[in-house]
Design a protein around this ligand. Sequence first.
Ligand code: NAG
Ligand code: NAG
Ligand code: NAG
Ligand code: NAG
Ligand code: NAG
Ligand code: NAG
Length: 455
Amino acid sequence: MIPSTLKTLLLLSFALILYLLLHVPPPYLPQSLLSTPHEAAPLPTSSHHLLFSIASSAGSLGRRAPYLRLWSNSARAILFLDSPPPPDPSFAALPPIVLSGDTSRFPYTFRRGLPSAVRVARIIKEAVDRNESDIRWFVFGDDDTVFFVDNLVRTLSKYDHDQWFYIGSSSESYEQNESNSFDMAFGGGGFALSHSLARALAGVFDSCLMRYPHLFGSDARIFSCLAELGVGLTHEPGFHQVDIRGNLFGMLSAHPLSPLVSLHHLDSVDPIFPNRNRTQALEHLFEAVNIDPARILQQTICYDRLSSLTISVAWGFSIQVFEGNLLLPDLLPLQRTFTPWRRGRNISLSRYMFNTREYPKDPCKRPVVFFLQSVGSNHDGVWSNYTRHAVGNCGQTGAIKNLEQIRVLSQKLELNIEQMKAPRRQCCSIFPQFNKSMVLSIRQCGVDELISMHL
Ligand SMILES: *[C@@H]1O[C@H](CO)[C@@H](O)[C@H](O)[C@H]1NC(C)=O
Ligand SMILES: *[C@@H]1O[C@H](CO)[C@@H](O)[C@H](O)[C@H]1NC(C)=O
Ligand SMILES: *[C@@H]1O[C@H](CO)[C@@H](O)[C@H](O)[C@H]1NC(C)=O
Ligand SMILES: *[C@@H]1O[C@H](CO)[C@@H](O)[C@H](O)[C@H]1NC(C)=O
Ligand SMILES: *[C@@H]1O[C@H](CO)[C@@H](O)[C@H](O)[C@H]1NC(C)=O
Ligand SMILES: *[C@@H]1O[C@H](CO)[C@@H](O)[C@H](O)[C@H]1NC(C)=O
């Protein structure tokens, strides 16, 4: 055992070295690189430049208000409803409510579908026709879409809002393409149109809508009219339609290497943290989001050679400790903790738009899982603490037998546009000598550093 004063000293000096190593450039490029020399330098895109138009209804608003409250207070947002909502004093804290225009003149012929799809699609035109000033991006989503506004701002900053861009992501479910397309942005995951494209689309939308009465959803109508304008989808993997059910753990613990932008269908999945209801669990995630939004769910792998452990961190959410030396590429596929969107499908036959791997049925064959307990920041950087989630009595031995808590030190992730365009996973170090409590430090990797166990 190292005496605790020495331990503290080691920790502090390590933190200082890290701070110096991690010093990252300011979040935005010099303006000279972003504009032609003759133009006045434009301000960087901020949340004020995004107008969120959210499809809701008098019937669903009460149920979805807790989701909207999580993110919309930091955003410029409008709720589009079918009819006036029932009186509820708590709605006062929500974004302004606008009633959608009458769409009964547009045909809808999809059998057993919802004709409200036309109203929801036409929100695009109604949002643009409000002539609001200073909008670079029109963003669309449902009332059960949770946006991570800072991350969306950063993501959209990579693109020129004066060009035509249609940005979003497809469904997780391969089967969902049967009635749709791999190149359609699924509406619930949210999508963004550059202001120039949104204005062009709004101008032709009503005439285009008349050609697509046979489609199911609003997003398919928008996709079709954009296709007629000659525009294709720019995929951004941070948007999540969440066309899966049950336990999202496998999805949230192996997020792609881009910022988390949205989560949808949160009514159809289990609470994302144990022992909390859905709202409380999301509020808990937002404690981490509010401290370091860009790092939320970002996956980092640490190796402890001495104890022969592989540790996978999904920052702000969970840590998994595996016994032995697991190769990094084998930790990137999503563990199948969830079930397919279409109920009744044979789970082992359903296919996804990403690689998956098995999640053992026997809890004792699974990694030991730790969930976020608390997060805060001080002069060292950001501390996040994770506590062990006990399932069953697996009689573990060895290094992880007594491990109860993992603390993670990191620096706030501030990526500039060039770093956003070419993201790189970060590295991780383990402080030696752990018993009940382990300390990890997440840092930028060395130039040619490999994320593997150094044998
Ligand atoms: C927006 O501008 C157009 C064209 O100038 C105008 O016809 C329309 O009435 C304006 N809409 C609103 C809501 O001000
Ligand atoms: C969608 O997937 C189904 C199989 O589930 C396949 O038969 C069909 O060709 C696919 N459609 C497109 C547009 O890729
Ligand atoms: C979740 O728990 C909180 C606090 O106990 C409670 O106020 C809220 O109504 C619960 N939400 C749901 C959807 O059960
Ligand atoms: C699901 O499909 C797999 C592979 O074809 C098969 O082995 C299994 O029996 C099926 N399960 C059910 C419940 O039909
Ligand atoms: C994490 O845990 C340590 C020790 O248990 C504690 O000192 C620290 O305040 C905790 N940090 C946060 C952010 O909760
Ligand atoms: C580790 O913690 C356990 C449980 O508190 C304790 O019994 C054991 O002596 C500790 N081991 C070391 C090396 O400190």
